[in-house]
Design a protein around this ligand. Sequence first.
Ligand SMILES: [Zn+2]
Length: 454
Amino acid sequence: MSQGKITYCPAGHSSENSSYFDYRNFISFDGICSLCSREHYIEEFKTWSSGNANIDNIIQESQINNKYSKLHWIPYDDFQNIKHMADGGHGSVYSAKLENGIKSHWNFIEQDWKYNSIGVKVALKEIKDSRFDIVEFLKVMKIANKHEYGSIIKYHGISKNPSTQNYIIVMDLFDGGLHNFLTKKFWDLWWGSKIGISLSIAFNLSRSHEKNLVHCDLHSGNILIDYNFDLYYPYLDLGIDLGLHNLGNDLILNSKKNNEIYGSIPYIPPEVLRGNEFTREGDIYSFGGIMYEIITAQRPFADQAHDTYLMIDICNGVRPKVPDFMLNWIPEWYLDLMYQCWSDDPSERPTAAELYVLFFDVSELYGNIVNNNVTQQLKIADENQKNTSKSQKQELFELFSHSSKLHPQSCYVSRYIRTLHGLHDLLEEIKSGKSSDPNLLLSNESTILRSKTC
Ligand SMILES: [Zn+2]
């Protein structure tokens, strides 16, 4: 039997018709025609509404123009088994089962919709923060969904909680954040795995930057990962939650100084702490913090208060320290690269594409056991870590561990922070102790934020 090479659907659409500006119409013998699907999506526009015309427009546009991952309006009734998972900076995250799945295409043989993800568990991010601009976020989601494969996290669409009237972002469900993964698995990770994780993040970041998306809030809490992360084929099991992505173009047009930013101080680049705009190079600085965490299982500046003094230190070139006992478990080139990502001068940082190519090359060499300086260093690092006895490791790690040394006024949940530009008039008074530091968490705030994870 022929492999479904048909040129016309029953509605008369030809495979030569262009349904998307740069693709031919796709028709297959088992009932798929891209143009039929698009017509049925359009027919249904009048049957649903999110209650916000801008949101409706973006979803509709994606259903007309996105070839692969279209956004959907998903009624709240479709979710079963809703369970609270975590609280984050903008709201709460729940898991839920998609009872009926999500429309994938109109089938012209059955004259009905075909559904994907039936019975699949998804994450629901209910937005409770009134400052969160869901329309802007959706625009970014629409662009991010244009990735054809192994993407930044897959966003299915938008829903609304009828009892709170809050909008909900519906996205892929992962086991958890990178930080928890590293805490659980740190001793099982050899360098092949560490390179695999770095490679996957660099890959996702370079795809975002290609699409002109700057993340602006990259940290280990919004890198989501399945705990059975396949280290030989990492692209599918790890994703970066979009956070507050900005569109690169808008940033170039908008060069004013900022009084306030949203994020976690240890991952925010010095130029942004000073009040400048967040650029692609800023994401690379944040990536340096993630590289640090991959090799130490600690988040940067975990033993310090995350306050204006730390911001000033970072602007003066202070960077997180790798504990001495770990140094012979880490290849020198990796450390050099991490410090290059942390360079005070954004133009000296590598690009995401360069990082991706570098980690890709290293993983290929490592897999093929090529003996050169880079892979030699990795093998020695693996050996050194292996030769440290378990009890010794445990002891060393306790000294440096999260639970015993995490500073009560550290904060790894994204929050609003006054930049040094925004504090300009207050800075001297804060330094002399005449004014309290607005960036220092009060102890009750710190308890609330600490219970949040993303
Ligand atoms: Zn058709």
